[in-house]
Ligand binder design. Structure first.
Ligand code: CP
Length: 298
């Protein structure tokens, strides 16, 4: 695989191997060296977790990291993103981590003729966020290894969520028992790759093993969507009361950043069932595994 763009490029063996390598890095602290490679982070959308964890991951692998900021790059003078990539590639940068608001852009950039640089999709628009799905799977498997027996509920803005898209593909690939996609009608997608849609939170969370709460993405709401925060909170917020619909030991997860008091309450986000910070920790190791996987398969 030359570029890491989405989960649909992976086989079940690939996923197993990535999970195994990420755990190996986490529990042994033994890391390979990729010091002949250079990594650039190109984030055209804001990020805390994804960008910093890719940069930390590269550091653990002894790869020098360059962060390109659009505002201070020559794109502010009219250079195209294609020319930026070709320029960085010509300098010998071997791996580019790209986040962009445009659906499918990393895939189109991956087709630049003769581009030597390999690319990892760090989230494109509403389309895909493969590293988030993989680190979520790592976190789930650490605590509930019987993946095939799990019922997972994803709650929130499914229609606009690249995380939900990549998770659907990954859960279908590894074969969980059931996936429920819970959202108000406004945020249900027109079609799904995997899972059953419901507008009822109680039904969606009923006896779930894992609850993945999505952020209310104010920046992705189209102007014509009449989003009412108080109605959303009333019907879909993950609270101490609503998590009681799920199993007593259900894992509560969130890709972050979280809107406390909107889609999730602080006592749940910081509570004993929350795995939100473990997701963040695992992100570093999973991204190390992804970088290694890609550089070993040029
Ligand atoms: N989950 C996620 O992508 O977080 P960031 O936007 O902080 O990278």
């Amino acid at each position: 695989m030359r570029h890491f763009l989405d989960i649909n490029q992976l086989s079940t063996d690939d996923v197993a191997s990535l999970l195994e390598r990420a755990s190996y890095f986490k529990y042994t602290g033994v890391y390979p060296r990729f010091d002949k490679h250079r990594l650039v982070t190109l984030f055209y959308e804001n990020s805390t977790r994804t960008r910093v964890s890719f940069e930390l991951a590269a550091g653990h692998l002894n790869m020098p990291v360059i962060h390109m900021d659009k505002a201070s790059s020559s794109e502010s003078k009219g250079e195209t993103i294609v020319d930026t990539l070709k320029t960085l590639s010509a300098m010998g940068i071997s791996l580019g981590i790209i986040r962009h608001s445009e659906d499918g852009l990393p895939e189109r950039l991956a087709q630049i003729p003769g581009l030597a640089m390999q690319l990892i999709n760090a989230g494109d628009g509403k389309h895909a966020h493969p590293s988030q799905a993989l680190l979520d799977m790592m976190t789930i498997k650490e605590h509930k290894p019987n993946i095939h027996e799990l019922t997972v509920a994803i709650v929130g803005n499914i229609r606009h969520s690249r995380v939900a898209n990549s998770l659907q593909r990954l859960f279908a690939l590894v074969g969980i028992k059931e996936l429920r996609l819970v959202a108000p009608k406004l945020w249900l997608p027109k079609s799904v790759h995997f899972g059953r849609m419901t507008t009822c939170l109680k039904e969606g969370l009923n006896q779930a093993d894992v609850v993945i709460c999505l952020r209310v993405q104010h920046e992705r709401l189209a102007d014509d969507e009449q989003f009412d925060p108080s109605t959303y909170r009333r019907d879909y917020a993950i609270t101490a009361q609503t998590i009681s619909y799920a199993k007593a030991d259900a894992m509560i997860m969130h890709p972050g950043p979280i809107n406390r008091g909107m889609e999730i309450d602080s006592d749940v986000a910081d509570g004993v069932q929350s795995f939100i910070l473990q997701q963040v920790t695992n992100g570093v190791y999973m991204r190390m595994a992804m970088i290694e996987y890609l550089l070993n398969n040029p």
